[in-house]
Design a protein. Structure first.
Length: 359
């Protein structure tokens, strides 16, 4: 079973793609973004997949890749084009190579023109292809910097991408209008730069007169991506919370397991906010000793009652309302926050002590 997810970074309008073999439990990430490493790692964990490799389609000029940081945290290998001139990569790819994950693989096609090191990754059954910036939805990558060549890009797209089966779905590295996918048939017919009867002369004339400004982060992103996203100088990777062993969920919530919370309570260095209704506080589930009852509907107005010098763990019956409570407290300026994973249901299942339980 093929697992496929399309993820998005709003500031750079970048798509990251997760492809996994659901049976073998192995996955790859295409074009990961540095700021979303936590998100991507959480998704992999929740789907039960092990990241074997990250693949960048090219050396990006508008964001920093998450490849190096994912390697540090998950042990994945870094794969890029041998023509990209990068450092820190574990495997340099050439046209015709294969990248395996479980029983599935991606075919590597060299598609230079936007940059020398542009690659397109094609699924083994040719039903999907990941085109990077070589071919966008009704557009293409620019050719006026980073070794760009309009003639080379025209040949790359026509010979390596639009030569795929008409029904093959094409997934670009970016889209600035919210579009998510196209197909070979669509781009052959409707792409205003490369489709229809557009000739090489037509394309070169079009690209010469784009007149686009250079990406704002180019002076930061390109050097960082030549190091596969490895920080340099005073730049440090995102820090994980150190006050307890927490897990970041794909839904964007930091969670603490019941046993870990019990240990922190014994040490006396956290505060528990129970956001259930008053009638639930002493129902059959009871409540955690020392917990303060602040119903979710009152939390925003009463956040000033909560100390800001100690971490806060939010609790409810199942973990759903308390996840929303964490969002509300974040908006109120709290930073050291966690949601009790599974709520009181999990706490009681782990046979941890409670007070006020009705019999």
């Amino acid at each position: 079973m093929l697992v496929f997810r399309q993820l998005f970074d709003a500031p750079s309008s970048t798509y990251t793609y997760l492809l996994g073999d659901g049976v073998a439990g192995e996955a790859v990430l295409i074009d990961p973004v540095y700021e979303h490493v936590r998100r991507d790692a959480a998704l992999l964990r929740e789907l039960g997949l092990r990241l074997v490799a990250t693949l960048d389609t090219h050396v990006h000029a508008d964001h920093v890749t998450g490849a190096w940081l994912l390697k540090q945290r998950l042990g994945s290998r870094i794969l890029l084009s041998q023509a990209a001139g990068v450092h820190e990569a574990d495997r340099l790819l050439a046209h015709g190579d294969r990248v395996a994950f479980g029983t599935r693989h991606l075919q590597v096609r060299a598609t230079p023109g936007h940059t020398d090191g542009c690659l397109t990754y094609v699924m083994d059954d040719e039903r999907m292809a990941f085109t990077g910036d070589a071919l966008l939805i009704r557009g293409c990558g620019r050719t006026d910097f980073q070794q760009g060549s309009a003639g080379q890009l025209y040949r790359s797209v026509q010979q390596q991408i639009l030569s795929l089966p008409p029904e093959c779905l094409l997934y670009p590295a970016h889209d600035y209008r919210g579009l998510t996918v196209t197909s070979v048939a669509e781009e052959r017919r409707y792409n205003p730069r490369l489709g229809g009867d557009a000739s090489l002369a037509d394309f070169e004339g079009y690209m010469t007169n784009l007149g686009l400004p250079h990406p704002k982060l180019m002076q930061i992103a390109v050097p960082a991506n030549l190091r596969c996203g490895r920080p340099e100088g005073d730049t440090a990777p995102p820090q994980e919370p150190g006050w307890a062993p927490l897990t970041f969920s794909f839904g964007g919530v930091w969670e603490i397991q019941p046993t870990a919370l019990a240990e922190r309570l014994a040490a006396g260095d956290v505060q528990v906010i129970d956001v259930r209704e008053p009638a639930e506080f002493n129902d059959a589930f009871g409540h955690i000793r020392g917990a303060r009852l602040v119903p979710l509907a009152e939390l925003a107005a009463r956040s000033g009652e909560i100390a800001r010098d100690r971490p806060v763990v939010t609790v409810c019956r199942s973990g759903a309302r308390s996840a929303q409570a964490q969002v509300l407290l974040q908006k109120a300026g709290f930073s050291a926050l966690a949601n009790l994973a599974g709520g009181m249901l999990r706490w009681r299942a782990d046979a941890l002590p409670v007070e006020g339980a009705a019999h």
